[in-house]
Design a binder for this molecule. Structure first.
Ligand SMILES: CC(C)(COP(=O)(O)OP(=O)(O)OC[C@H]1O[C@@H](n2cnc3c(N)ncnc32)[C@H](O)[C@@H]1OP(=O)(O)O)[C@@H](O)C(=O)NCCC(=O)NCCS
Length: 315
């Protein structure tokens, strides 16, 4: 038996706050519609900050919180779909900025909004063989770069930001028991690649993605709980991908999760894709809603299609 636990978390968001009223000046929408349909009131957009700067800010904060030095990191994974460059990878640029050792395995991973969960699972597998048993997992996005400002169905949903976690791997610890899935589908959610000749904007069938999410989230939660031999009552905290407050509310009602056991920050940040889950984890740690020994059920879904859940413990 072996597994990872979270030692410390951190986050970094751009300074610029974009309100629903700000968006109503450039697209036919309004605060009441956005807030009631999504729960979003504000989001952050980069105005000068780079993806790399967000990664560095979040990673430094997580290292400091965990008391781990950059030299102790064995693997560094950045989950993202909006890196500054396709090459070099965001993780390699982060390596340079943090001064991570050259034998630290640094790479990016794209599983859209489920990226942080895919990265946690990958980290758990890789740390077993890594020279040092601490890993740095980042979720970071600058989604404002790929928004179509003429499409009111998508441009109001997304924001920029980064969250990070330093994890430790040990023999004898329980695995996070990740349940992950993918289904090739470019009809529901897509960001075009160069070969299509399309501009790289987020294209989404919101209603179908909503349906996919409300089916997938509880299925994934059931599978994680079954794998761990637990019930929802055994879980200390629930962390949901922040895509739409209504999707979270449906899951909360289904599992009768009390208000003190879940958290939403979508009002402040919108959907930040791979950054959404680590942003929540970082705020929870700062608010002391989670602490050493807390077992957190984390669940997400996104383009790919992708989905995933895991039971993550704080060290
Ligand atoms: C995008 C989403 C908020 C749209 O909400 P919805 O209730 O499904 O709304 P619809 O798309 O059916 O649109 C309803 C109406 O609102 C309008 N509308 C769409 N966006 C609008 C906006 N920003 N402001 C005002 N009206 C808007 C539509 O044009 C439509 O008008 P019509 O009835 O006259 O045709 C919702 O589908 C959603 O959140 N889906 C999940 C998206 C998601 O999670 N994506 C990320 C995956 S990681």
């Amino acid at each position: 038996m072996s597994g990872i636990k979270i030692r410390g978390t951190g986050r970094c968001v751009p300074e610029k706050v974009v309100t629903n009223d700000d968006l109503a000046k450039i697209v036919d929408t309004n605060d009441a519609w956005i807030a009631s349909r999504t729960g979003i009131r504000r989001r952050r957009h980069c105005a000068g900050e780079t993806h790399t700067a967000l990664c560095v800010g979040a990673a430094r904060a997580a290292l400091e919180k965990s008391g781990i030095a950059p030299e102790e990191i064995g693997v560094c994974i950045v989950a993202t779909l909006t890196p500054d460059h396709l090459v070099p990878a965001a993780a390699c640029l982060l390596q340079r900025e943090l001064g991570l050792a050259e034998d630290t395995l640094c790479f990016d991973l794209n599983a859209a909004c489920t990226g942080f969960l895919f990265a946690l699972h990958t980290m758990e597998c890789l740390l077993a063989a890594a020279p040092r048993k601490y890993g740095l997992v980042i979720g970071a996005e600058v989604l404002s770069r790929i928004l179509d400002w003429t499409d009111r169905g998508t441009c109001i949903l997304f924001g920029d930001g980064a969250g990070a976690a330093v994890v430790e791997w040990r023999e004898g610890w329980t695995s996070i028991g990740a349940v992950l899935g993918t289904r090739g589908d470019d009809a529901l959610l897509r960001v075009a690649g160069a070969e299509t000749g399309e501009r790289s904007f987020i294209r989404m069938d919101g209603t179908k993605v909503f349906k996919f999410a409300v089916e997938t989230v509880p299925r994934c939660m059931d599978q994680v709980l079954e794998k761990a031999g637990m019930t929802a009552d055994d879980v200390d905290f629930f962390v949901f991908h922040q895509a739409n407050a209504r999707i979270i509310d449906l899951a909360v009602r289904k599992y009768r999760i009390p208000p003190e056991k879940y958290y939403k920050n979508i009002e402040e940040y919108g959907n930040t894709s791979a950054a959404s889950i680590p942003l929540v984890l970082s705020e929870l740690q700062d608010l002391q809603k989670v602490h050493s020994g807390s077992r957190v059920l984390v669940v997400g879904f996104g383009g790919g299609l992708t989905w995933g859940g895991a039971l993550v413990e704080f060290a």
